[in-house]
Design a protein around this ligand. Structure first.
Ligand SMILES: Cc1cc2nc3c(=O)[nH]c(=O)nc-3n(C[C@H](O)[C@H](O)[C@H](O)COP(=O)(O)OP(=O)(O)OC[C@H]3O[C@@H](n4cnc5c(N)ncnc54)[C@H](O)[C@@H]3O)c2cc1C
Length: 461
């Protein structure tokens, strides 16, 4: 089955070319071989043209380009990817340095026939795509391999909230929520197609030890061990979650493990949301349907709403990206006296007066994943106890992107913009500092779960 044409868009004007080389897929956001529409589209092109198929990954090498936490998790998925490519006759390379420069040079050196990448709404990736599209003379395609409904098909504008995007997504699920075909072995006679290049022979494996040596990581943010990386580990986690889907009823209780814990895999592209959705539908029954449906609401509607926000709102990481009513109300309360005003170090070291907040921050720093309910509380208290909404958003983004194993993600920017800036929310009763932004407090948390137990679990030692 071919990849749905609306999942693909050509981002430059180059037409079909004379180049006779391989089809190259620059794997950026969706770092997996299977269940990946960008892989399937690139392979479709390669087979159609009887051309070799190359997959390239490109890792920046500037100082502290990754935390040890993120790097370890990302790299942990590579051996499986590299092995699977080798088994199927797909050339797989890891390039080091600036993606715009390296991808361009690779495509040029190898006389690639065309370039394919996966869609990522975040500005850094969009800028690289833009740079590449300006210079490439071969066709360059972007494939939405992350969302069930491609972001540009779900909507052509920034949506107000889940209530405006839900129907736009669900009405298209019949078209897009289909099973993936398998990636097939490349015919042997096609070969590797890079005799002219400097990129080694087919079968030469990526030297991950050399990759590790070349990358500068921030070792102060330690790797995690509770969540094993890779596509197989992700599928295992999915199967376990599906078996215990009834526990999703407890998802808002941070002392229980009701959530799926699939966000690290989703963020690193080691599992497809579409695969998760198909699996959950396959286990749906009259007894568990309510849980399956609330999970799918988060996995599809809320997650794809985040891609919509970050794609259509270039100010997604600034208070300028907040809706007008929220900017106005926050501005009106700019001068309100804050009960506490903390500096970045207080936040980062979890030394506020609030044990619940400190526990959440400690959970984030130690485990790399704060519970979903606590993320809202955590962000709202940063708004309440910093000098301005601008500083609050900057602190939230800094901490989330640095420590979250699923950070630097549309969900993170959107979650913070929701908590601090009313994005996708409505105005609430007006109060100090928050203005009309929705308020949360520790009493509300204590009514929902055993806050003392959560605090004890993550008390700083
Ligand atoms: C301040 C704040 C910061 C956040 N930062 C991040 C982040 O950096 N990365 C991240 O992936 N999510 C973030 N979220 C969204 C949400 O909290 C997490 O996706 C969720 O807790 C991840 O855990 P899980 O996979 O076990 O969730 P589950 O409840 O099992 O959900 C499954 C999947 O659905 C999606 N999802 C769930 N809740 C949301 C939501 N509210 N918005 C959008 N998608 C959702 C995620 O992809 C998640 O992995 C943030 C939310 C807030 C309020």
């Amino acid at each position: 089955m071919p990849v749905h044409p609306n999942r693909i868009r050509q981002v430059n004007a180059a037409l079909e070319v004379n180049a006779s080389g391989p089809v190259v897929y620059w794997m950026n956001r969706d770092k997996r071989l299977h269940d990946n529409w960008a892989v399937l589209f690139a392979q479709q092109l390669a087979l159609q043209h009887q051309a070799p198929f190359h997959i390239i990954l490109c890792l920046p090498t500037h100082k502290n380009s990754f935390t040890a936490r993120t790097f370890d998790f990302m790299l942990g998925g590579f051996p499986e990817l590299i092995d699977d490519c080798a088994k199927l006759g797909i050339v797989c390379k890891v390039l080091l340095g600036s993606p715009a420069k390296n991808v361009f040079e690779y495509v040029s050196n190898i006389h690639a026939r065309c370039l394919v990448t996966d869609f990522d709404p975040l500005i850094d990736s969009q800028q690289i795509v833009h740079e590449l599209s300006k210079h490439l003379t071969v066709p360059f395609f972007e494939v939405d391999a992350h969302n069930v409904v491609p972001v540009w098909q779900a909507s052509n504008k920034q949506e107000f909230g889940a209530y405006t995007i839900r129907r736009k997504i669900t009405s298209q699920l019949e078209t897009y929520l289909v099973d993936f075909p398998a990636v097939v072995p490349m015919p042997e006679q096609i070969g590797a197609g890079h005799e002219q290049g400097e990129h080694g022979e087919q079968g030469e494996r990526v030297d991950l030890t050399a990759v590790k040596k070349a990358i500068s990581v921030d070792a102060t943010v330690a790797a995690i061990s509770w969540c094993l990386p890779g596509q197989m580990a992700a599928m295992h986690a999915l199967n376990q979650f599906a078996d215990g889907i009834h526990r999703y009823a407890d998802r808002n209780n941070p002392t229980l493990r009701g959530q799926s814990d699939l966000s690290p895999y989703l963020h690193h592209g080691q599992i497809s949301a579409q695969r998760i959705a198909l699996k959950m539908l396959s286990v749906e029954s009259a007894e568990n349907s309510v849980h399956v449906r609330s999970f799918l609401e988060e996995l599809i509607v809320r997650k794809e709403l985040s891609d919509n926000f970050t794609y259509y709102n270039a100010n997604y990481s600034s208070t300028d990206g907040f809706p007008a009513w929220a900017q106005q109300t926050l501005h009106e309360h700019r001068g309100d006296v804050r009960e506490f005003v903390y500096e970045l170090a207080d936040w980062e070291n979890a030394t506020t007066h609030d044990d619940l907040w400190n526990a959440a921050q400690t959970q984030l720093v130690i485990t790399g994943k704060m519970h979903g309910y606590m993320r809202m509380y955590w962000a709202k208290k940063i708004l309440e106890w910093t000098e301005s909404p601008e500083v609050a958003l900057a602190v939230g983004i800094y901490l989330n992107d640095k420590y979250s194993i699923d950070g630097i993600d549309p969900n993170g920017y959107t979650g913070l913009a929701w908590s601090i800036g009313g994005v996708h929310d409505r105005a609430w009763a007006e109060r100090k500092v928050y203005g009309k932004i929705r308020y949360m407090n520790a009493n509300g948390a204590a009514r929902k779960f055993d806050a003392k137990s959560y605090i004890t679990t993550y008390a700083k030692t």
